[in-house]
Design a protein around this ligand. Structure first.
Ligand code: HSE
Length: 313
């Protein structure tokens, strides 16, 4: 007799968007933290969210107001399964408003879990537009620089967010990310709203040189070039004011040997890339010490670039 599938559990990882030089078009996944979503069949038609853990009552149970629920619902409508009885349990295992792609991880895990329980009607690439729609309800913008890596894994370049023309980039062996989350509240919506929509030609030339250099550095395993290229002349100078002690951390981290350091997504988390795990750990100690000295609670994550993205667990 065929085994009846009763439920699935999916993990989707945190992600670092922008990576200094690619505002809205570049991001990578890390191993931890991440969100878990469990989906079971139910006798009542339609998708319901029956449990949310780890969100301190701050996330909506209403499917169309919840990033994971909205993403999954739009995907169910697309495949004609919106009457299917499904119960979703969301276990937030990462902070939101942290710059670690929390809403994106929920959206990625949501579509992946529903797709799994229905016997995988879609590929990950086909699920991506629905996950992006889910994240859009959190910050109002349609961009895949968190959702793309969280769902697909790896370092992802989004040539166009409109068409989701997305490409996995080669990552050289040894590249490590160190990420610190200082417990300060920065909402992505607010962090986006302070940005000027004017950019000078000079800034454009510098930033395009840097993103091109960064990608060449990744493909050639040229860590010096990666380091020279990780300089954001457009977004970081505008957002740094939202994160207390940002430049103190950045200067100390570069002094400790990191290749580069900038704001993770919309902040307040700060990330650094290093050429090996030893430097990544030293960088982590420096980051922790500074925020702790300033009496700001913080959490540290050290990881290679996660190549798997959302997985069944
Ligand atoms: N690219 C986005 C931003 C990532 O920096 O606003 C956060 O959602």
């Amino acid at each position: 007799m065929a085994k009846i599938k009763t439920g699935v559990k999916v993990f989707a990882p945190a992600s670092i968007a922008n990576v200094a030089v690619g505002y809205d078009i570049l991001g990578f996944a890390i191993d931890k933290p991440g969100d878990e979503i469990i989906v079971n069949f139910s006798d009542t038609p339609g998708l319901k969210i029956t449990e949310i853990r780890g969100a301190k009552g701050k996330l909506p149970f209403e499917v169309l107001k919840n990033t994971a629920g909205f993403a999954a619902q739009k995907m169910l409508e697309h495949i004609g399964e919106e009457r299917r009885g499904l119960e979703m349990k969301i276990h937030k295992k990462m902070p939101f408003g942290s710059g670690l792609g929390s809403s994106a991880a929920s959206a990625a895990a949501g579509v992946m879990a529903v797709n799994e329980i229905l016997g995988r009607p879609l590929t990950k690439s086909q699920m991506l537009p629905f996950a992006v729609l889910g994240e859009q309800i959190a910050d109002g913008a349609y961009h895949a620089d968190n959702v793309g890596p969280s769902l697909l894994g790896g370092m992802q370049l989004i040539r166009s967010n409109d068409t989701l023309d997305i490409h996995r980039l080669h990552v050289p062996k040894g590249l490590y990310a160190t990420v610190i989350y200082p417990h300060i509240k920065v909402l992505t919506k607010d962090s986006r709203s302070i940005l000027s929509d004017q950019t000078s030609l000079k800034q454009c030339i510098e930033q395009t040189g840097n993103i091109a250099g960064f990608i060449v550095g990744l493909y050639n395993g040229d860590f010096d070039l990666i380091g020279r290229s990780l300089q954001d002349v457009i977004i970081e100078p505008q957002r740094a004011q939202l994160i207390p002690h940002f430049y103190e951390v950045k200067d100390a981290v570069l002094e400790a040997g990191a290749l580069g350091c900038s704001i993770s997504g919309a902040g307040p988390s700060i990330f650094a890339l290093s050429a090996n795990s030893l430097i990544a750990e030293q960088v982590g100690e420096v980051m922790t010490r500074i925020f702790t000295n300033h009496k700001i609670k913080n959490e540290l994550f050290i990881s290679t670039i996660n190549q798997e993205g959302a997985i069944l667990i």
